[in-house]
Design a protein around this ligand. Structure first.
Ligand SMILES: Cc1cc2nc3c(=O)[nH]c(=O)nc-3n(C[C@H](O)[C@H](O)[C@H](O)COP(=O)(O)OP(=O)(O)OC[C@H]3O[C@@H](n4cnc5c(N)ncnc54)[C@H](O)[C@@H]3O)c2cc1C
Length: 332
């Protein structure tokens, strides 16, 4: 639809018939695809130059999924049978690309949502997006889906910033390693045991695998890995390759390097999010807010959570979409 503008100081406004989805990571793609299957159009905004910025640009090349593929595929399209149980980063990226193509998704890249505000008069969300080479545009829609990721902001140690070009992709984050099958086992154990007990088990396994990381300046967080994930949304992993660089002194760690996420909420005047941009409610209740606001990928359950969120969001929006179509308030 053609943009309209009132004066030079306000960005041009573009009404969007379906939802605006912020973030073309796995969660945003899953929502857009699930909507597409129900014949609901959407606008998918991505700040980087590709889909799944986290996987594409911010993880090391040796990375594989740490949960088996049947728990990590997006809705409506399983991963190929030829993939191993724990697909590599490049396999997962190729799956995401073919997912994007299969559902004819067309994210708008290099476009950062800088603010989103509900307008109670127009009953629409006003989302200001800074588009590289274009400037700011204000998109408006009845529905807003925030899929900006629990782990989307990288924690970059000062040394890495100084080492431009050196192991660029390999050293994105200091993380504690749960290991592939260990993590899966932990998920199973949670069915029977309290989180604190499973955490103790994981810490014990990490100690056996990694030794005493304290002597390299890596103090174990006060909380256990699962509790940390639950309270902060971060997946605590320390890459073994990175650890070996720390051990051999190729990387020196400063205490401050383990700061948490630096984030802010793009959704303004809204009680649904914390100021860091995470939904206040936990886990299964994170997917739906008020006034057509939705959230995908904040369940603390990785890609499986993204999958269930996407299906719920699409079905909820599609119900409203059909009513509006019947009343001729939207055009398909
Ligand atoms: C190293 C690592 C390994 C992992 N392995 C697994 C695994 O094996 N299994 C599993 O289930 N989970 C895993 N996870 C969890 C991970 O969070 C998910 O894999 C997945 O990336 C989550 O998808 P998402 O779309 O919610 O978030 P993200 O992948 O973070 O995507 C968010 C997207 O939103 C974009 N964005 C953010 N802000 C804006 C903005 N303001 N405007 C426009 N775009 C924006 C980002 O650029 C990004 O592309 C892993 C995470 C990490 C870091």
């Amino acid at each position: 639809m053609a943009p309209t503008t009132n004066d030079e100081s306000t960005p041009p406004r573009v009404p969007i018939p379906g939802p605006i989805i912020i973030g073309a990571g796995p969660s945003g793609l899953a929502v857009a695809a699930s909507l597409q299957r129900l014949s609901v159009p959407s606008l998918l905004i991505e700040r980087s130059d590709s889909i799944a910025n986290l996987w594409n640009h911010q993880t090391y090349n040796r990375l594989s999924l740490h949960l088996p593929k049947h728990l990590c595929h997006l809705p409506h399209l399983p991963m190929p049978k030829s993939f191993p149980t724990y697909p590599t980063k490049s396999q997962f990226m190729s799956y995401l690309l073919s997912y994007t193509q299969s559902f004819s998704l067309k994210p708008i890249f290099n476009s950062t949502a800088v603010s989103a505000q509900f307008d109670p008069v127009g009953v629409v969300w006003r989302v200001v997006v800074a588009r590289a080479g274009v400037g700011e545009i204000e998109y408006e829609s009845r529905w807003l889906v925030v899929a900006t990721g629990e782990n989307a902001e990288p924690v970059v140690p000062a040394e890495e910033q100084a080492m431009e070009g050196f192991m660029e992709k390999e050293l994105r984050e200091y993380r504690e390693m749960l290991g592939m099958s260990t993590f899966e086992l932990a998920m199973d154990m949670l069915k029977w045991l309290p989180m604190k007990m499973v955490d103790r088990f994981l810490v014990m396994v990490a100690k056996i695998m990694l030794g005493n990381t304290k002597k390299y300046g890596l103090k174990r967080p006060r909380l256990g890995p699962l509790e940390l994930k639950k309270t902060t949304g971060k997946s605590p992993v320390l890459d073994i390759g990175t650890l070996s660089f720390i051990k051999t002194g190729k990387i020196k760690k400063k205490e401050d390097d383990l700061r948490g996420l630096i984030r802010y909420s793009i959704v303004q005047n809204c009680d649904f999010f914390t100021k860091e941009g995470k939904p206040k409610s936990q886990f299964l209740n994170t997917w739906k807010g008020e006034n057509g606001l939705y959230c995908a990928g904040f369940t603390g359950k990785g890609l499986l959570g993204a999958r269930t969120d996407a299906v719920k969001i699409a079905s909820d929006v599609a119900g409203q979409w059909r009513t509006l179509l019947e009343n001729k308030k939207v055009v398909s």
